[in-house]
Design a protein around this ligand. Structure first.
Ligand SMILES: Nc1nc2c(ncn2[C@@H]2O[C@H](COP(=O)(O)OP(=O)(O)OP(=O)(O)O)[C@@H](O)[C@H]2O)c(=O)[nH]1
Ligand SMILES: [Zn+2]
Length: 348
C-alpha cells in the first residue's frame, strides 16, 4: 500500500491540531503546577493504582483511620505509562479527587503486545501468577510448560492451581502424576475445587499478603475461583464501572480488587487480585530461544555449558542439556516440550 500524500493544507491542519493538543496539555499541567504551588492540594501521600481509564486514574490509599479509600485522580503530563498495581505518590484536592505526582519503583511488571505488536505494561507489582489448569478441559501436554516459561520470563513467581479436583479420580489419576513432576521442580501446587469447598483454605493461604493474577485457558474455572474469592458486590461494582466505560475505550482496563478473608464482605483484607481479560490471555510473547530455555528452571545449571557456544541443543556433540537428559537429571518430556515450544515460536 502506498502512503497517501497529504496536501499542504491537510498537513497544516494536522500539525495545527497536534500543536493545539500539546498546548492544552501544557496549560492543564501549568494549572496543576499553580494549584500545587498554591497549596490547593494536600500533602504527598502514598497510594496504588486500582484502575486506569485514559488519563483518569483510580488511586487506592490507606487513610489515617486504617481504612482504604479510592480517589479519582488525574496525572501530571510528564507521567506516562502508569498501570494498575503501580505504587504512586499523589495529593488530594479538597473534594475526594486528586493528582498523581510520581510513580514508585516497580518490583515487577506484566506486559503484552498492543495492536502494533509493541510490548506494553498492563499491570505492575505482582507477587505471583496463578496458573489455573483443570481436570477438564484436559491440559494438552505442554500447556503447563508454556505458561511456566512465560511466567519465568516475567520474573514473577508462578503457582500451579489445579481446579475441578472434584472431577479427579480419588486415587491419583494421570494429571496428578504429571503435576507431581512440577512439585518436584519446586513449584507450589494447590488443588482446589471452585464447586466444592476443597482446597479453598490452601488457596486463601497462598493469596495472603500478596498481589496475584489468575491466568489459564478458557473453561478451567478462573471466573468461578474469583467468584469464591470476592464478595458479590465487589464483582458487581467492577463489572458496572467497566460497563459504563465500554465504547469509550476498546481495551478493558485491569482492575485491582481487595481480597477479604474468606471472600466475605467486611473481613480484613487478605491480599489483592488484579484481573482483566488481557491478563487472563497471558502467553509467550516474543520470546527467543535463549529465553525459552531459561524458562525451564531445571535447565539453568546446564545452560552455557555445552561444548559449542552456539549449541542449539539439537543433537550437537557435547550438548550439556542432552547429557543431563541422558543422566536423568532433566525429564525427557520437559526436554521434548522445550523443543516443541521453541519450534512453534520460531514458526509463528
Ligand atoms: N466440576 C467443576 N466444575 C467447575 C469448577 N470450577 C468451574 N467449573 C465449571 O467450569 C466451567 C467454566 O468455568 P469458568 O469459571 O467460566 O472458567 P474460566 O476459566 O473463567 O473461563 P473463561 O472465562 O472462558 O476464561 C463452568 O461451567 C463452571 O461451572 C469446579 O471446581 N468443578
Ligand atoms: Zn546444547
Amino acid at each position: 500500500m502506498s502512503r497517501r500524500k497529504l496536501t499542504r493544507q491537510q498537513r497544516w491542519r494536522v500539525e495545527k491540531i497536534q500543536a493545539e493538543r500539546a498546548e492544552r496539555a501544557e496549560r492543564k499541567d501549568a494549572r496543576d503546577s499553580e494549584r500545587l504551588d498554591a497549596g490547593e492540594y494536600g500533602p504527598e501521600r502514598g497510594g496504588r493504582i486500582a484502575a486506569h481509564f485514559g488519563r483518569t486514574l483510580e488511586v487506592e490509599a490507606l487513610g489515617d483511620d486504617g481504612e482504604f479509600s479510592r480517589h479519582r485522580c488525574h496525572l501530571r503530563a510528564n507521567l506516562e505509562g502508569l498501570v494498575t498495581g503501580d505504587r504512586v505518590i499523589w495529593r488530594a484536592a479538597s473534594d475526594s479527587s486528586g493528582v498523581v505526582v510520581a510513580r514508585g519503583e516497580r518490583e515487577s511488571v506484566l506486559e503484552r503486545p498492543d495492536a502494533q505488536s509493541q510490548m506494553r505494561p498492563v499491570a505492575a507489582n505482582l507477587d505471583q501468577i496463578l496458573i489455573v489448569i483443570a481436570a477438564e478441559p484436559v491440559p494438552h501436554p505442554n500447556l503447563i510448560d508454556r505458561y511456566l516459561v512465560a511466567a519465568e520470563n516475567t520474573g514473577i513467581p508462578p503457582v500451579i492451581v489445579l481446579n475441578k479436583s472434584d472431577l479427579l479420580p480419588a486415587t491419583g489419576g494421570e494429571l496428578r502424576a504429571l503435576l507431581s513432576r512440577y512439585a518436584m521442580l519446586g513449584y507450589p501446587l494447590i488443588e482446589a475445587s471452585a464447586k466444592g469447598d476443597h482446597g479453598l483454605d490452601a488457596l486463601h493461604a497462598q493469596l495472603r499478603g500478596k498481589t496475584s493474577v489468575f491466568v489459564g485457558q478458557s473453561g478451567v474455572g478462573k471466573s468461578s475461583l474469583i467468584d469464591r474469592l470476592l464478595p458479590e458486590e465487589t464483582l458487581r461494582i467492577g463489572a458496572l464501572s467497566a460497563d459504563t466505560r465500554k465504547g469509550k475505550h476498546t481495551t478493558t482496563t485491569a482492575r485491582l480488587y481487595p481480597l477479604p478473608e474468606n471472600g466475605e464482605r467486611g473481613r480484613p483484607r487478605e491480599g489483592d487480585l488484579i484481573d482483566s481479560p488481557g491478563i487472563r490471555e497471558f502467553g509467550l510473547w516474543h520470546l527467543d530461544e535463549q529465553q525459552i530455555a531459561d524458562g525451564f528452571i531445571e535447565f539453568r545449571p546446564f545452560l552455557g555449558r555445552c561444548r559449542f557456544r552456539d549449541c542449539r541443543h539439537r543433537g550437537e556433540p557435547g550438548c550439556a542439556l542432552l547429557g543431563a537428559v541422558e543422566r536423568g537429571e532433566i525429564h525427557p518430556e520437559r526436554f521434548a516440550s522445550f523443543q516443541r515450544i521453541r519450534d512453534d515460536v520460531a514458526n509463528a
